[in-house]
Design a protein around this ligand. Sequence first.
Ligand code: ARG
Length: 452
Amino acid sequence: MSQKTWGGRFTGATDKQVELFTESISFDRRLYRHDIIGSQAHARMLAEVGLLTAAEAEQIVRALDEIRDTIEAGQMEFSVSLEDIHTHIERALIAKLGDVGRKLHTARSRNDQVVTDLKLWTRDAIDELDARLADLQRAFVESAERERGVIIPGYTHLQRAQPVLAAHYFLAYVEKFQRDRDRLADARKRVNVLPLGAAALAGTSLPIDRESVRAQLGFDSVARNSLDVSSDRDFALEFVFALSLIATHLSGWAEEWVIWSTTEFNFLDLPDGFCTGSSIMPHKKNPDVLELTRGKTGRVIGALQQLFILVKGLPLAYNRDLQEDKTALFEAFDTVQGCLAVAAPLVRQTKLRRDVIESRLDAGFLDATTLMEALIARGTPMRSAHEIVGNLVRECEQRKCRLADLPDSSYPDASVKAALGVGNALAAFKSYGSTAPAEVDRQLREWQTQLS
Ligand code: ARG
């Protein structure tokens, strides 16, 4: 008898090259746990509606548990002739139970099965990532707490702009990763809609109960249109988009810290455990973890491109192209997961070089904008105040001095000089969401409560 689940229709065997070309077992085997819980829920439902006896369902559920244990013990033999994980598990079941095993696939197709497995897997992946992102946020919050009083230069165009509290800086990343978590939570809503029961594409004439399967598997609702179900990979694209944005956030941060760890900046003391040396230059300490975090972003965004190109132009309903979704999904997830695993400890172990940062705070006119605002507060129109301070900065560049070093006579009103100096400039901030010390303190407390 043919090994194939579709063997009845065929007399000739599948070409060996074609088996190699069409297999997915080499990458979809990691869905085994989700395939098994999906099948167990399906079997229980089949018994509830009378398509299996209770004893048969019981046998199937138990045998599937054993198959899971066999796979986890590394004792399942995988073969490309059985194509995918779904076929392997069904074949193993039939080998154990004979005719009872041959009933499991009643009112089900691999088309709705594979997307159910993928959604169950994606749901777990989202929950795992959420926990990792929360840990990374905690690492940034801990840094914010540790470096609370420290003032650093804030940059735009990578040019010195205005002073900010280090805590404000660290909390900026907490915000980015919070949006990433919110995005994942939103994508999860569309992941959590049950596909199973759509069968091949049109549903089934058998009396299935999709609500029972929904409740057993913890889905929020049941997919309404069977034709839509087996072609729907929106959830995978959304998830990989969310992953791409996480990777992009990580990449920007990594780039910043690569720059900050140069001799030229020297803002950071990176932990030895997260750097590597050079085989020829004895003095080198390279920020490889940060560089690879930046570099691996390409894989994730590449996976998103791969998925878009995969689904674009596919007619309804299932098309075999869709088998190719998994490599992109897994690659994107594994990459981001790997980056997050090293990011949190790296953040926790990295210290600011406070002395270096402080010794250079006077450079770059970080107090110029506050000086302009002090003039505005005294009634000077904004554009005029801008021009006055611009002229003062030019004068400083000629004299090679700070704004505070200019004679009183250079100022239209010498009392505005009280605004000068990085400490005064920082203390002057007031607005909601600004780097004002009270504002940053309040937000730090809020994050500490929210993330505890
Ligand atoms: N290996 C296939 C996949 O992962 C399973 C679904 C196949 N369905 C089909 N009608 N050939 O997409």
